[in-house]
Design a protein around this ligand. Structure first.
Ligand code: ME8
Length: 510
């Protein structure tokens, strides 16, 4: 098997319809997956839905449906959105699928056989929206410290996982592997949480039905987070160790939001340690989006619905905006004016304009036919070097999941392209027949730089990249060996580009 890359998103609860926060994680994973595919990796990109638990059961009751009816209905909304957002995943796991349920039962049985699961009694404060137990000291005015909603006191028989046993091993792993939890601020949070001491974890419930039955005890359903986290291996065929699990586990990158870091960076690794499986190489927690400065919430009725945005602005404008506007790992604000500004300035003015003017010039001066570049002067060499540098910058930025910085370095080449055209002034060269070869070389350079730019853009904006490359007479899937300067062949026929991104009127359009 060639080099492999396994990337995951959280699996989303089906009690809610997809919003911009869900789209964000999935989109980031898609960009990385597409980039790695372009670099020749065998990629497995997993997403899916989290369909068990009290929260889903309650939502189904309210809607007058069975939990599975609710899940069947909502899962379609996620899948339709991913299609519309151009998400190219390898597999979509639903926790109600047999393959998953079998894997979870096996994991539970295995951990029990290892002596890491025991039956005990639980008494603590439970927050249903977060599906989390809290000790009394953790509560703030008896409310959930995470979401500030009321908690209820629950006492129940429960299976426990001996998480405490893995405290030292987990600490040692985090300390020895600085890449394991990112960004750094999040890693520090987890380090202090683990240093404070790990309690054993309640991993079953008896107070509701909707979940996977605990093996050998019909009164218990498996705790929804134990169930959900296991998706990352059940989708690879766990407990079958040959096949996908062998090829792809441990995951290269698990992308999540900052709110679910503890589950992924503490619970999940300790389950894996107990199961004798290696830990994921990297868990990356991104920040949260607010909307026009406010927390996004159903009660404020300000939930940003990605379908509406895509219909209005186009899929690639949204893909670009979400990853460009805010450095991955930090919180950010979504506003219509910021979105429109990015579309007008980065996409219409910089990117679109360069393609437009350069494809128009080659029509006018050479009937659309690429000329052989002859002598490259200093200005040409500088521009070529800038384009080549961006290839390396994108590589190192994406290695760090710095999507915004990667886009910034691509845009530096685009701006350099517009500047190069201004400075070489092809319209002036065209007036002098003795400069015909020079003119051909200048236009070659500006088109060749864009051919590389559109390849680099293809993981971020697949449709736009395809359009751009079509105009540049380039067909075929983007691949690593096309990132080199000089592959645009003289004699290629270039088509005059239409506006890729029409400008949007700022007023009255919000
Ligand atoms: O937590 N900005 O599912 P979920 C950015 N089922 N990201 C946001 C966001 C916002 N405003 N709101 C939500 C679950 N998210 C579990 C996961 S994985 C084994 C189980 C992100 O549907 C949030 O950070 O509540 C999280 O990563 C994701 O949406 C899923 O949320």
């Amino acid at each position: 098997m060639s080099r492999t890359f396994y990337i995951t998103t959280p699996i989303y609860y089906v009690n809610d319809v997809p919003h911009i926060g869900h789209a964000y994680t999935t989109l980031a994973a898609d960009v990385l997956a597409r980039y790695k595919r372009m670099k020749g990796y065998e990629v497995f990109f997993l997403t899916g839905t989290d369909e068990h638990g009290q929260k889903v059961e309650k939502a189904a009751n309210t809607a007058g449906e069975t939990p599975l009816e609710l899940a069947d209905r909502v899962v379609k909304r996620f899948q339709a959105l991913w299609e519309k957002l151009n998400i190219n995943y390898s597999d979509f796991i639903r926790t109600t699928q047999e393959r998953h349920k079998k894997g979870v039962s096996h994991l539970f049985t295995d951990l029990m056989a290892k002596g890491d699961i025991y039956l005990g009694e639980y008494e603590d404060w439970y927050c249903t929206p977060c599906e989390t137990f809290w000790t009394e000291t953790q509560l703030i005015d008896f409310k959930c410290p995470d979401c500030n909603r009321p908690t209820e006191k629950l006492k129940e028989e429960s299976f426990f996982f001996r998480m405490s046993k893995y405290q030292e091993a987990l600490l040692a792993h985090i300390e020895a592997n600085p890449e394991f939890i990112q960004p750094k601020s999040r890693r520090n949070e987890i380090l202090s949480f683990v240093r404070e001491g790990l309690r054993d974890l309640s991993i079953s419930r008896t107070t509701f039905q909707w979940g996977i039955q605990a093996p050998g005890n019909d009164n218990h359903v498996v705790y929804v987070w134990f169930d959900a986290l296991a998706n990352y291996i059940t989708a690879l065929g766990y407990p079958e160790t040959a096949g996908k699990l062998k090829d792809f586990w441990p995951a290269d990158a698990q992308l999540i939001g900052k709110d679910i870091l503890r589950f992924h960076a503490v619970y999940w690794p300790t389950f894996l340690m107990s199961a004798g499986l290696p830990l994921p190489k990297r868990i990356f927690a991104h920040g949260w989006w607010t909307v026009e400065g406010q927390k996004m919430s159903k009660s404020l009725q300000n939930v940003v619905e990605p379908n509406m945005l895509i219909d209005k602005y186009g899929v690639d404008a949204i893909r670009y905006f979400l990853l460009r506007e805010v450095p991955f790992g930090l919180d950010g604000d979504f506003s219509h004016s910021a979105l429109i500004h990015r579309i007008n300035s980065d996409l219409a003015n910089d990117l679109g304009n360069l393609l437009n003017r350069s494809t128009a010039m080659i029509q006018k001066y050479f009937g659309g036919i690429v000329q052989a570049p002859l002598e490259m002067t200093g200005i040409d060499q500088g521009f070529k070097a800038k384009t080549e540098a961006a290839v390396n910058q994108v590589e190192s930025c994406l290695e760090e999941l710095a999507f915004s910085k990667a886009l910034q370095s691509i845009w530096e080449v685009i701006s350099a392209g517009n500047k190069y055209v201004d400075e070489t002034a092809p319209w002036a060269l065209a007036k002098d027949p003795a400069q015909k070869e020079r003119l051909g070389t200048v236009i070659y350079c500006v088109l060749e730089s864009q051919r590389i730019v559109y390849h680099l853009l293809s993981p971020f904006m697949p449709d736009t990249a395809k359009k751009g490359l079509d105009y540049l007479g380039w067909s075929g899937a983007p691949s690593e060996d096309q990132l080199q300067w000089g592959l645009l062949r003289p004699g290629t026929k270039i088509i005059k580009a239409e506006a890729l991104f029409p400008r949007i009127e700022e007023k009255g359009d919000i």
